[in-house]
Design a protein. Structure first.
Lengths: 123, 131
């Protein structure tokens, strides 16, 4: 990756956000994290340059609408579910991780599912 | 003096759970911490941080602001961390610590702070700075 691509990853779930952000960092991207639309707005208005906005679900649609109106130069990657977040994160990493991250895409997906299942079970 | 950025060779040297509701401050400090080789988990409030810990996250250090939206503030988070995860080290930051005995919650880092100073404090607490 000759020029670092800047990703703004917005997800309300810290487990999903952190896992995907670390994966993308391992692939050589510069990743900023936001928990919601307001944080995304603050980061961009604070001077953060963003090439790709990455989000999911209803929040993703709201972010997409905001980005198209206020920042049409930003490309938006929308995912419908946690599973597609992992799959699309993997798709962004076309050349594979650069820094030997501690997991691959399949492991990431399994990890997210495990954590979400544990959380759903109240554990 | 050896620059902090040259100190950590091991990328798995330490993990920091950074809890800050102001995203620009959080992003800047997270990047500074990562630049010296620390791994950083970013939480936007105390509830998120607690969720991360409850899901099995085991950072070596929690750095938390006090005043944050949500069902608990940073002081309550630090109280819980002290009780449930006593081995996790703690830095508490605030511009207005108020009447609380903030020093019981962790090492106090007053706001505003310089990113380099905050990072050096984190490295000191983790025992990753040379004597």
């Amino acid at each position: 990756m000759s020029e670092t691509v800047r990703v703004l990853l917005v997800d309300p779930d810290v487990l999903v956000r952190h896992s995907v952000a670390e994966y993308l960092r391992g692939c050589g991207y510069s990743v900023a994290e936001g928990a919601n639309l307001e944080e995304a707005r603050k980061l961009v208005s604070g001077g953060l340059a963003v090439d790709i906005l990455f989000s999911r679900g209803q929040l993703g649609f709201e972010l997409s609408q905001w980005a198209r109106e206020a920042h049409p130069e930003i490309e938006v990657v929308l995912c419908g579910s946690v599973a597609t977040v992992a799959a699309k994160a993997s798709a962004l990493c076309e050349e594979g991780p650069e820094d030997e991250p501690p997991f691959d895409h399949q492991f990431l997906l399994a990890q997210i599912k495990r954590l979400m299942a544990r959380r759903s079970a109240g554990g | 003096m050896v620059p902090a950025k040259q100190l950590i060779d091991d990328p798995l040297a330490g993990e920091v759970l950074l809890v800050e509701d102001e995203p620009v401050i959080r992003m800047m400090l997270a990047e500074e911490l990562r630049s010296v080789g620390l791994r950083v988990v970013e939480a936007s409030n105390a509830d998120e941080a607690w969720s991360f810990l409850q899901a099995g996250g085991r950072p070596d250090l929690v750095v938390s602001d006090i005043a944050m939206p949500g069902s608990m503030d940073g002081a309550e988070l630090m109280n819980r961390v002290m009780t449930v995860y006593p081995l996790i080290k703690r830095i508490i930051t605030s511009a207005n610590p108020g009447a609380r005995n903030i020093f019981e919650l962790g090492v106090y880092l007053p706001k505003p702070y310089r990113l380099e100073a905050a990072t050096k404090l984190a490295l000191d607490i983790l025992g990753l700075n040379p004597a």
